[in-house]
Design a protein around this ligand. Sequence first.
Ligand SMILES: *[C@@H]1O[C@H](CO)[C@@H](O)[C@H](O)[C@H]1NC(C)=O
Ligand SMILES: *[C@@H]1O[C@H](CO)[C@@H](O)[C@H](O)[C@H]1NC(C)=O
Ligand SMILES: *[C@@H]1O[C@H](CO)[C@@H](O)[C@H](O)[C@H]1NC(C)=O
Ligand SMILES: *[C@@H]1O[C@H](CO)[C@@H](O)[C@H](O)[C@H]1NC(C)=O
Ligand SMILES: [Fe+2]
Length: 471
Amino acid sequence: MSSRQIKMGVIQFVFLFGFLWLNIVSLCSGGITSKYVRKQASVDIPKQVFSSPPGHNAPEQVHITQGDHAGKSLIISWVTPVEKHNNFLIYWEAEGEHKHKHRVHSVTTTYQYYNYRSGYIHHATLKRLQYDTKYFYEIGIGNVKRQFSFTTPPEVGPDVPYTFGIMGDLGQTYDSNQTFHHYLSNPIGQAVLFVGDLSYADDHPFHDNEKWDTWGRFIEKSAAYQPWIWTAGNHELDFAPEIGEHVPFKPYMHRYHVPYKASESTSPLWYSIKRASAYIIVLSSYSAYGKYTPQYSWLEKEFPKVNRSETPWLIVLLHSPWYNSNGYHYMEGESMRVMFESWFVKNKVDLVLAGHVHSYERTERISNVMYNITNGLSTPVKDPSAPVYVTIGDGGNIEGIADRFTQPQPSYSAFREASFGHAILEIKNRTHAHYAWHRNHDNQAMEADSLWLYNRYWYPKEEKSTGADMV
Ligand SMILES: *[C@@H]1O[C@H](CO)[C@@H](O)[C@H](O)[C@H]1NC(C)=O
Ligand SMILES: *[C@@H]1O[C@H](CO)[C@@H](O)[C@H](O)[C@H]1NC(C)=O
Ligand SMILES: *[C@@H]1O[C@H](CO)[C@@H](O)[C@H](O)[C@H]1NC(C)=O
Ligand SMILES: *[C@@H]1O[C@H](CO)[C@@H](O)[C@H](O)[C@H]1NC(C)=O
Ligand SMILES: [Fe+2]
């Protein structure tokens, strides 16, 4: 058969089995481009499916996040749709002697967006919690009382195991639902690192802010029970001067609070936390980061604060990827890479997690920091001090899959695949962490791309990919 005939045969095969998933793996420049492409469009779940819980003014959209730098505080947020009351919660330790019930009042806010008026958005901060302890909490009174629980992280320390889920660009489609339930069905995740683009409300007329409410109800099943660590993406901007909305991040910043002051940040859009053995820095791709700007100055002072003897794992979350070989959003992260990459290499960041591109990609450890405008050294090179970059904007939102990878696959790209999924990062101790990406189609035990990550500070050995699809 000529190559043209083979190509026609492949096209017929794709046509005949158009609704099935294809799993053809090709090797290119050492990296792997998996041809496992999902063809169906992503359709939003109708708003009425995410209905409010029953009862007058019942608290809804409950979500939690870390409330301080080291994990002894927690921010609990919820919405009461019609009245401000129920602006407090009760919490208590699940086990042991201290069944004393604590009452905490919330800070309450509302906002207006074009023709939409929000419910009462509550944020309560629980302080001086015990480490590694299960608590119950209760919001609402009488017949609209709702109970939830959470477990605080273990005390920060170098060999403390901890498991993070990783999701991005989630939205609220049937695909989003699959990603989300897939993560839920795996009980090992203790907190979620969310790399931005939450509800995709802005893809609807007048940025239909009811979609922010439905999204809050959608994620509650996880976010009310384990902290989601938030990163702002472009879909959080909601900047729409044509309808009189001039304030960037208005719905997002009203609804999702983060402990930015605890890391001496001046904005909720960039901050850091310590959790177990990880130090997590969150950056904003959509805020100024040039020299002398608040974000730049903050990050410059942030790196020296990281003590790898205390938190060996240094992880950065941001939205727009620096190393993306997909045609979608190609090089959008470049200006931020130019500003900060040398700091990441110098400080041996272990892992950089980004979203934005609705596909999955993982890089080799590479850097591109030699270039100055006269020397011509502008090609990424292998670098054992460099992070692994993961692009995981594959939550499954309404915009569909980003399936136009650039050809040939650049040598820095270790694995890339145009399908939806989530990842799990299991930190074992100061040297080893197991990372695995799960595509939605597979069952939970199946890891489409996985490897042991070796800590850059304690054990800077070269890693070997062992993904199920690696051939
Ligand atoms: C979301 O996924 C769960 C688990 O598979 C399923 O039970 C539920 O019906 C799905 N929701 C919708 C709206 O499809
Ligand atoms: C770094 O952390 C270790 C372990 O907690 C501690 O002993 C050491 O004093 C810290 N170093 C600095 C400079 O704070
Ligand atoms: C640019 O790079 C070249 C080659 O590495 C070096 O000799 C030169 O000093 C650099 N220029 C500046 C301004 O740093
Ligand atoms: C760290 O964890 C890895 C993977 O579980 C294990 O092989 C290794 O022995 C551990 N190191 C120490 C010092 O316990
Ligand atoms: Fe995005």
